[in-house]
Design a protein around this ligand. Sequence first.
Ligand code: PLP
Length: 375
Amino acid sequence: MKPRLGFVDSEIEQIKKNHLYRKLRYGITDGSTITIQGKKLVNLCSNDYLGIPTTKLKIKQMQSSSRLVSGNDESYLTLERKLAKHKSQQASLIYPTGYMANLGAIPAIAKKRDLILSDELNHASIIESCKLSGAKISIYKHNDMKDLKQKLRQKSKNKFVITEGIFSMDGDFSKLKEITEIAQKTNSITILDDAHGDFVVGKDGKGTANYFGVSKKIDVYISSLSKGLGSFGGYIASEKIVIDLNINKSKSFIYTSALPSFFVEYSLRRFDSSREKHRKKLQENIKLISKGLQEIGYTINSHTHIIPIIIGDEKTALDFGKFLFQNGVYAQPIRFPTVPKNKARIRLSVTAWLSQKDVENSLKVFDKAFKKFMR
Ligand SMILES: Cc1ncc(COP(=O)(O)O)c(C=O)c1O
């Protein structure tokens, strides 16, 4: 190590000391399993919630340039029209990832002298995007409508309320009915990041706002194509003028290469596939796993496909994860800063890929883990 990089070493040492060190693992995912170093494990941390089988595609155009230059394949138009309809909005715009959709869209519409109300459990990409906008950021307590109302009393030019639909680390729903009502009363703009609810909940998988019957009350949708749809990319959906503003201002849209059209085609195939039967299977799996875990003795507060098992301290969460791995289950311990300190957890994500046998085998391992770590 070069002496001038000594500070990096100290930082890594500190991370390790706090049991917050992360390292990359290389694996091969296939359906409900992942194989790591020759060990086949049931994959309980995939975001490919619907488990739509892979389709073969011919690559006709892999990469060209940014979309405003020559990377704007015709397939974009087809998918964007479908996504706009899917969200009951006038138009939509695809970004290379969901993270980039947030990074581009939030600063494009919110700016200095505006006020953003953001749920305290919002995803890192929302937090960073709000900072980039230059607007005043006011964090309201998680799903706390009293706090939201109180904080919306502050004076500002435009007001925005930003929330996730299904929270990525807790798996609970945001209170969208109340949020949209409060937003309307205070003339605030509602932005919904529905990365985890999209394609999974609501009629035909239209997402969390549809699930709560408030689709039209959302002003700007932000979502990912990499989770429920199991493809890759991100998008926003809103009124035409908002999309137009993003085409003109959104830096992570303008100054980056277009998502290769291969992924757009892939998303189209998946969007047009029979998603409903996969959503049904997913719901069955959620019921099986939640019920099984509760019968073992775990406290489960989530009603969705994201099921956190709260452990508390980081070291125990790591040991818990290691135990699962050794016994054939892959589920990652999630630690600070992804979740607050001492709220480390094993975050299970249920997918439609899982067979009944996968579920039964995993539950046996969770039973052993409960006796070892939770008593
Ligand atoms: C709430 C939320 N928004 C955005 C993203 C980013 O989406 P993508 O993976 O497409 O970049 C994530 C990813 O986990 C997320 O949980």
